[in-house]
Design a protein around this ligand. Structure first.
Ligand SMILES: NC(=O)c1ccc[n+]([C@@H]2O[C@H](COP(=O)([O-])OP(=O)(O)OC[C@H]3O[C@@H](n4cnc5c(N)ncnc54)[C@H](OP(=O)(O)O)[C@@H]3O)[C@@H](O)[C@H]2O)c1
Length: 278
């Protein structure tokens, strides 16, 4: 098991303009020596930079406004890293998005954006950064509890996170001998900007029944993720409820799981249907 020391680290954080990414920046600010914050929204990145600077005046904070779902944006991150001689030793692949609703009614452009952001971006960014990453180094990937489950009406998001979890676990073995620690965090429902971005323009939402017991604040999710990276553990499900759910999903016989998913899906369809005419 390879561990990683956060003290004095030089971290690149994707999706750092809000939610978990901004929280990674806040929690690393007192301990890191340099942060590069990546997202599309420059003004929001500026606000996170100001917060970090208030905590640690000696911290170097670079901003990189880039769309990670496209090749040009990813190229921009690589260019900035090379030009600024940033010398990263930690990459946090956090940027991601969801899409609530059935595949049949999905906007193909949003689907493409989500798949590129959730899978292509972390893979290619990791590939590009590996030769630049100082050793000992770290990679922290943000996956999801959703990756443990086939999820009707969030099928592609859940599948993209299953990809992220497997990718991370394989890399943790592949890079161990090179002195690069790889950890993966799988949060359950966490209050951030995620749901707003995942909802469809017609208001299509996800079925939230039972989510209350799983909900964790971003502060707790990020603290658990950083602790796991420091301790060299490859995978963490933050919160007792989320851990229990992950364990249940893994061990339920497939036919039982399938029945439960069908029942839940049928219930959600009934509650989403318009009321019958009087
Ligand atoms: N919140 C949850 O319930 C939950 C649960 C499990 C896993 N997660 C995972 O946690 C991660 C962080 O999400 P969050 O919950 O913090 O949601 P969030 O508040 O919506 O943050 C998403 C971040 O990704 C950035 N982003 C979105 N599209 C981008 C693009 N094309 N290029 C570059 N950056 C982009 C956003 O910034 P810009 O819009 O400025 O680009 C923002 O900084 C995601 O991978 C998500 O799948 C979230």
């Amino acid at each position: 098991m390879t561990s990683f020391t956060l003290s004095g680290c030089r971290a690149v954080i994707t999706g750092a303009s809000s939610g978990l990414g901004a929280e990674f920046a806040r929690q690393l600010a007192p301990r890191a020596s340099a942060l590069m914050l990546v997202a599309r929204g420059e003004a929001a990145l500026e606000a996170v930079r100001a917060e970090c600077a208030r905590v640690n005046a000696a911290l170097r904070v670079e901003l990189c406004a880039a769309d990670l779902a496209d090749e040009q944006g990813r190229g921009e991150v690589e260019r900035r890293l090379a030009e600024s001689r940033f010398g990263p030793d930690l990459l946090i692949n956090n940027a991601g998005m969801g899409d609530y609703g059935s595949l049949a009614t999905a906007d193909p452009a949003k689907l493409r954006l989500m798949l590129d952001l959730n899978m292509t971006a972390p893979v290619l960014l990791t590939r590009a950064l590996l030769p630049l990453l100082r050793r000992p180094g770290g990679i922290l990937n943000v996956s999801s509890l959703a990756g443990e489950l086939p999820m009707p009406d969030t099928a592609c998001y859940a599948a993209s996170k299953a990809f992220m979890t497997r990718f991370s676990l394989a890399l943790s073995v592949e890079l161990e001998a090179e002195g690069v620690a790889v950890a993966c965090v799988c949060p359950g429902p966490t209050p951030t900007g995620f749901s707003k971005a995942a909802r469809r323009p017609d208001g299509t939402d996800t079925d939230r029944a039972g989510q209350g017991v799983l909900r964790q604040p971003p502060e707790a999710v990020v603290a658990a993720a950083l602790r796991t990276l420091e301790n060299g553990g490859p995978l963490v499900f933050p919160g007792a409820g989320v851990k229990a759910a992950a364990c249940l999903f893994r061990h339920l016989p497939r036919f039982v799981l399938h029945r439960l998913l069908r029942a839940r899906h049928a219930r959600a369809k009934v509650s989403a249907a318009p009321p019958p005419p009087k």
